[in-house]
Ligand binder design. Structure first.
Ligand code: ADP
Ligand code: MG
Length: 271
């Protein structure tokens, strides 16, 4: 089925962005050291790196949930200063409102954008059908399994017709079968609509299965260690030699970073 998308994808510019946190009564935490990054409209970028390296920090800055300590971020040529329905976010824990039914949750972004009831419900239903939840439009979130909630969260992100979809380990908490299904769904929706997608993931395989560009970050303070265009054709086969070679090479880079991170933490505890 074809769904209606009216919005063009927008690129993201991260211009010399650094981020320090100042927890009360503690040393400042340097989460990001100047990051320079240009994401083209319609790209599918996977951000990967050791835990605590600043991936969520960078994604939250792109979403406008937080402000950089220095530098600036842009969606297209508009500076990112606060959240905007034009940048949809999918969290690891499906953030559905328990007092709204599934259809109302999916249509929420459209409601906030002032779209009339009939139109937004029709569009929500299109996307619910796309993720296999048509029969659950009127159910409350509490009646849904974890995988179904995450499908609803995906439907909401795409239904809002944002130009940019930001995803923070969206499949991390799911069983392997549901994860595989949702990865395929995401890929299909991205291929149909060519939104710009930035996906934070722990899994090199997931990054290579989905993204056309993989960015590997260093341990905190996060910087870009490797920026790799992935030119494998879709659908990708994780068993193919070209896939596995890339996977091995990125895993080696990550391992190197993990060792460096452990080195740092050893220094820390011994000092
Ligand atoms: P990742 O998503 O890569 O695991 P985060 O971006 O969540 O990493 O965090 C990067 C670093 O910043 C971590 O060391 C984390 O503890 C720290 N950090 C994140 N948010 C805050 C905060 N609000 N206050 C203080 N430190 C924070
Ligand atoms: Mg994180």
């Amino acid at each position: 089925m074809t769904t209606t998308s009216t919005v063009k994808a927008l690129g993201i510019t991260v211009d010399n962005v650094s981020k320090l946190y100042y927890p009360a009564g503690q040393e400042p935490v340097e989460a990001l050291r100047p990051v320079q990054l240009t994401i083209e409209p319609g790209e599918f970028v996977a951000l990967i790196g050791p835990s605590g390296c600043g991936k969520s920090t960078l994604l939250n800055l792109m979403a406008g949930f937080d402000k950089p300590t220095a530098g600036s971020l842009y969606a297209g040529d508009k500076r990112i200063e606060s959240p905007d329905p034009d940048r949809g976010m999918v969290f690891q824990q499906y953030a559905l409102f328990p007092w709204l039914n599934v259809r109302e949750n999916v249509a929420l972004g459209l409601r906030l954008a002032g779209v009339d009831l009939a139109t937004r419900h029709a569009r929500a239903d299109e996307y619910l059908e796309l993720v296999g939840l048509k029969e659950f439009a009127q159910a409350m979130p509490s009646a849904l399994s974890g995988g179904m909630k995450q499908r609803a969260a995906l439907a909401r992100a795409f239904c809002t017709d944002s130009s940019i979809i930001l995803m923070d380990e969206p499949f991390g908490a799911l069983d392997a079968l549901t994860r595989g299904f949702l990865q395929q769904e995401l890929l299909r929706i991205w291929q149909d609509h060519r939104k710009t997608v930035v996906l934070v993931t722990h899994s090199v395989e997931e990054a290579l299965f989905l993204a056309n560009r993989v960015i590997v970050m260093t341990p905190r303070p996060g910087r870009i260690k490797r920026d790799e265009p992935i030119e494998l054709s879709y659908p990708r086969d994780p068993m193919a030699e070209s896939f596995r070679e890339l996977e091995y090479s990125i895993l080696s880079d990550l391992k190197e970073e993990l060792h460096a991170a452990q080195g740092l933490s050893t220094q820390k505890t011994s000092s």
